[in-house]
Design a protein. Structure first.
Length: 77
């Protein structure tokens, strides 16, 4: 396995971990909103849920774009 393959594997695992973290945050937001006794805690749980969903949608995609192999580095087909 080459160094580039190891680096690609590490980056893949980082993206998967970011998705798992976002999922855990969304579940936490649901738990907070579902068990809330007051309206303020319900709003807080909803805010945590929405921010986690945004995190899951934006961060992995931006990491993949940042780590994308440049077009000049790929071999011609």
């Amino acid at each position: 396995m080459t160094e580039a393959d190891r680096l690609a594997r590490k980056r893949y695992y980082i993206i998967v971990a970011v998705n798992m973290l976002g999922t855990a945050g969304a579940v936490l937001g649901l738990l907070i909103a579902g068990r809330a006794q007051h309206y303020g805690m319900t709003v807080f749980g909803g805010a945590v849920l929405l921010s986690s969903l945004y995190f899951m949608a934006v961060v992995p995609r931006s990491l993949a774009r940042r780590w994308k192999t440049p077009a000049e580095a790929t071999p011609e087909a």
